[in-house]
Write a protein that binds this ligand. Structure first.
Ligand SMILES: Cc1cc2nc3c(=O)[nH]c(=O)nc-3n(C[C@H](O)[C@H](O)[C@H](O)COP(=O)(O)OP(=O)(O)OC[C@H]3O[C@@H](n4cnc5c(N)ncnc54)[C@H](O)[C@@H]3O)c2cc1C
Length: 458
């Protein structure tokens, strides 16, 4: 086949799609700004191992790449005592994620893609899309211009492609405050015996007043992993203050930082409303495909790679227009997006709560281990709905806090609105209908945000 595909940025979903497309006979090249050995962050991550199989990639075990099961999380509200902490519990063994060094995830995915025939061009910074007659025809880079029949945008949250597309394509460029979270991550020394640590993996809503902030302290065999997520980027000083506060009650968190230390934004919202244009398709963080509560993006984007590759392979016209690529958007929203997007509404509510309301929800059993066991693979709002004999008692306790009840009711109403709107996603591409659908979808979510954060709507 003589059709050329460029994957812009070595995002995980882009690399997985590249592998499948190359296997199907396309001529695929990935352009990436970093050198090969620097791909990925300097830490480990949790990923659902089932997604490797979805794209035909071997399990790390099969190729001798190290991995281990992730420990269960114990959740704490801002001032939760040991009595009210909530440990995670999984329904099925396959819901448990594995952890792997991010560089090893790349070693695995890129190794597989190379075996499938994908070419990688490293140390090449993309400056923007090349657009001719309202079609994306290539990428402009610091090493020159490169053209292809289709450009897959896998360049992450601040993609220089998505943010520079012509307005007529109706693809959202910038996102709002509260739609991304700035995440600091670093490894510190472990001054105590790890066996003495009761809750190995703690996720805590931070008690300090001010903007929403969440942290984790994950004790490993010989170091402690600290993550701090903030709606506004935390300064070095704020990070040190938070770490110092945690050290008082978490002796496992040492003072010597020896890895990581970066603060990186993650999408914290619904997926992009329009994923395709003529000659263009977005995937992964470039299309905001993170699970909106825990910000896992790799599993979803690798799973989505299969949906994207299938749609491209099914395009018998080989024109890769918005019209023929629409199958990708339709299938993504039907298989993943429609159930995952409303989780963003739950997230919006949580980040708008006052700290004492979060404590109240923990202490009075309004949230339970079931809700907090929603992991990367369970990317569906329906996971929240389940029978619980204590539901009525929990409901009464919720009703006692009128503001909390109002917020929860608003979220439920909008989740229903979002879900029913998904039923109106056009099956066939029609520009006017698509624009109308996308505007309404975005409006459901931005309206909720402006109700929860009226000061930002002004
Ligand atoms: C602290 C932290 C912890 C996380 N933990 C997890 C976790 O445990 N599990 C999980 O699933 N997810 C996790 N995530 C989220 C995860 O990193 C992303 O959702 C995931 O990487 C998917 O994004 P992506 O691959 O599409 O884009 P990215 O990972 O952002 O990759 C984009 C690629 O494009 C390249 N690029 C960007 N711009 C250009 C340019 N102009 N020219 C050339 N190349 C370019 C970048 O160098 C990069 O290689 C975490 C994120 C953070 C910050």
């Amino acid at each position: 086949m003589d059709k050329k595909i460029i994957v812009a940025g070595a995002g995980h979903g882009g690399v997985a799609a590249a592998a499948l497309l190359s296997k199907a006979g396309f001529d695929v090249t990935v352009y990436e700004r970093l050198p090969e050995e620097k791909l990925g962050h300097d830490w480990f991550d949790a990923i659902n191992p089932a997604v490797f199989k979805v794209v035909g990639c071997p399990h790390p075990e099969e190729v001798g790449i190290p991995w281990k099961w992730r420990a269960d999380v114990t959740y704490f509200g801002p001032n939760t005592s040991d009595e009210h902490k909530i440990p995670q519990r999984f329904k099925k063994p396959q819901d448990i994620e594995i952890i792997m060094e991010r560089r090893d995830i790349y070693r695995l995915l890129c190794g597989y893609a190379k075996e499938c025939g994908v070419r990688f061009v490293y140390e090449t910074t993309i400056k923007g899309p090349i657009v001719e007659k309202n079609r994306v025809t290539g990428i402009s880079t610091d090493k020159g211009d490169f053209f292809a029949d289709l450009i897959i945008d896998a360049a992450g949250l601040n993609s220089v492609l998505r943010t520079k597309l012509p307005d007529e394509m109706h693809i959202q460029k910038q996102i709002l405050k509260n739609e991304r979270i700035f995440t600091y991550r670093a490894f510190y020394d472990l001054p105590v015996d790890p066996n003495s640590v009761e809750d190995v993996f703690k996720v805590m809503f931070d008690p300090d007043p001010g903007e929403f902030s969440l942290s984790w302290i994950y004790t490993q065999e010989d170091y402690t992993d600290l993550l701090i997520g903030h709606i506004v980027p935390p300064t070095e000083e704020e990070i040190e203050t938070i770490a110092e506060t945690y050290r008082k009650t978490n002796p496992q968190l040492g003072k010597n930082r020896f890895r990581g230390g970066q603060t990186v934004p993650i999408p914290f919202r619904r997926p992009l409303s329009v994923l395709v244009a003529d000659g263009y398709a977005a995937i992964g963080d470039a299309a905001f495909m993170t699970m909106p509560l825990n910000c896992s993006g790799m599993s979803v984007s690798i799973e989505t790679a299969k949906i994207l590759a299938d749609a491209i392979i099914a395009d018998e016209t080989k024109t890769f227009s918005a019209e023929t690529l629409w199958k990708y958007q339709y299938d993504f929203y039907h298989k993943i997006g429609k159930n995952m997007a409303p989780i963003a509404l739950v997230k919006d509510m949580i980040i708008s709560l006052r700290k004492e309301q979060i404590d109240y929800a923990f202490d009075r059993g309004i949230i339970t281990r079931r809700e907090l066991s929603i992991t990367a693979y369970q990317h569906s709002i329906w996971e929240f709905l389940h029978f619980d004999p204590k539901l009525i008692v929990r409901g009464f306790r919720l009703l006692k806090d009128k503001e909390l009840t109002k917020k929860a009711c608003g979220v439920v109403a909008d989740a229903v609105a979002s879900f029913s709107h998904m039923g109106r996603l056009p099956k066939k591409y029609d520009r006017d209908k698509v624009v109308k659908w996308a505007d309404k979808y975005d409006e459901i979510y931005t309206r909720r945000l402006s109700k929860l954060f009226p000061e930002q709507a002004e």
